[in-house]
Write a protein that binds this ligand. Structure first.
Ligand code: PLP
Length: 407
């Protein structure tokens, strides 16, 4: 299924990003990935129809089961992530939902980061407990809290590093070792760093989750998600995906393939822009605090340097009056878009009020909220630094914040 026998597994990340997953089409010679929109495939009457009987050699039958374009993307992502396989989904949330359903049943226990992508937190707070799945949320940046939360029935440790929106890191190597000792699997949502930043599986994780919608697509025009990991687990996850049905559209896969080809060079540029902006904002009289893993002022700078090869394009900043600044930015920005999402070539910024997030998404204990506030105060601007000239982004923020009082 699209596997490139000729491409050496030892090529560099930039070469893999361009070539892995789609050798030239054997029949047409097409050099670019094929877009196959067909939902059904002409088959031999002997092919097996059960999702439980899928193997690597299974032919394409029906696009919910597998599709040549989606498969090309899965092969590329597995090579980039350094895993045996990858399964794509219709969105990052579809990937997270499928992974929970794959790993867990009623009576099982999960240790999960107390701060994650808001929708993942909302699922953990409001939905999984109704299915009999018990969840303990802890600050996973403190491995001791993870150790203390593990139980005999803990099946999954769920991490996000850096965590959205805090930019707080988890030592994936240390936490994976603890989880494995306790017999639990480890999943890491690595959307903020991408495989250019680090490869969680090399640090011991079992599953790597991506919202492909963000950096891997990179252009803000296709939603998708993925889970990468070992074949023995993913063959079952693919069977589950066939049943729950949240599969990636081939057209989105094709757009994401196009984006993924330039991921390493884009990440280098995102990092360069973010570092320039972070340094500028750190010296800005109206800015109280900047959080960027590539700055020595980040509380986990040492861990960031040890585990990340690229600091990515995500940063946060705080001002004295967040809501007033949010109004100014949304009215006055000329280049940067005031919008949610991240990882696009366009720069995006939006304000996240701590009180609102506590109420809607996180439901933290007072101690957890206090820790959250050490990173985010009353609220943060989460900025996704795009691929524009950093000088233009700096000028745009400066002019938009001009009427604001000093921080
Ligand atoms: C956006 C995001 C998700 C959800 O992905 P969708 O593609 O929007 O479903 C999950 N995790 C993180 C860290 C994200 O930023």
């Amino acid at each position: 299924m699209g596997h490139d026998e000729k491409l050496s597994p030892n090529v560099g990340l930039k070469t893999a990003a361009v070539h892995a997953g789609h050798p030239p089409n054997a029949i047409t010679g097409a050099s670019a990935p094929d877009l196959v929109m067909s939902t059904t495939f002409v088959i031999d009457p002997d092919v097996a129809f059960s999702a439980d009987e899928l193997t690597d050699e299974s032919p394409f039958v029906y696009t919910r089961w597998g599709n040549p374009t989606v498969r090309q993307l899965e092969e590329k992502l597995a090579v980039l992530e350094g895993t045996e396989d990858c399964v794509c989904f219709a969105s990052g949330m579809a990937a997270i939902t499928a992974l929970f359903l794959h790993c867990l049943k009623a009576g099982d226990h999960v240790v999960m980061s107390d701060v994650t992508y808001a929708a993942a937190s909302e699922l953990a707070n409001d939905r999984w407990p109704h299915l009999g799945i018990d969840i303990t949320r802890v600050d996973t940046s403190d491995a001791e809290q993870v150790r203390a939360a593990l139980r005999p029935n803990t099946r999954l440790v769920y991490l996000e590093s850096p965590a959205n929106p805090l930019m707080r890191l988890t030592d994936v190597a240390a936490v994976s070792a603890l989880a494995h000792e306790a017999g639990a699997l480890v999943a890491v949502d690595s959307t903020f760093s991408t495989p250019v930043g680090y490869r969680p599986v090399e640090l011991g994780a079992d599953f790597v989750i991506h919202s492909l919608t963000k950096y891997i697509c990179g252009h803000g025009d296709a939603i998708g998600g993925s889970v990468a990991g070992r074949k023995d687990e993913l063959v079952k996850l693919r069977g589950l995906a066939i049943h729950v049905g949240g599969v990636l559209s081939p057209f989105n896969a094709w757009l994401i393939l196009r984006g993924a080809a330039t991921l390493p060079i884009r990440m280098a540029a995102h990092e360069e822009g973010a570092l320039a902006l972070a340094r500028h904002l750190e010296d800005h009289p109206k800015i109280k605090r900047v959080m960027y893993p590539g700055l020595p002022s980040h509380p986990q700078y040492e861990l960031a340097k040890a585990q990340l090869q690229n600091f990515s394009g995500m940063l946060t900043f705080q001002v004295a009056d967040g809501p007033a600044a949010a109004r100014l930015l949304s009215d006055r920005l000329q280049v940067i878009h005031y919008a949610v999402s991240l990882g696009h070539h366009r720069s995006l910024v939006c304000y996240l009020s701590t009180a609102d997030l506590m109420r809607s998404s996180f439901h933290l204990t007072p101690e957890q909220e206090a820790s959250y506030r050490t990173y985010a105060g009353d609220g943060i601007f989460r900025m996704s630094v795009g691929l524009e000239d950093p000088a233009d982004l700096i000028a745009d923020l400066d002019q938009a914040l001009e009427p604001l009082g000093r921080g």
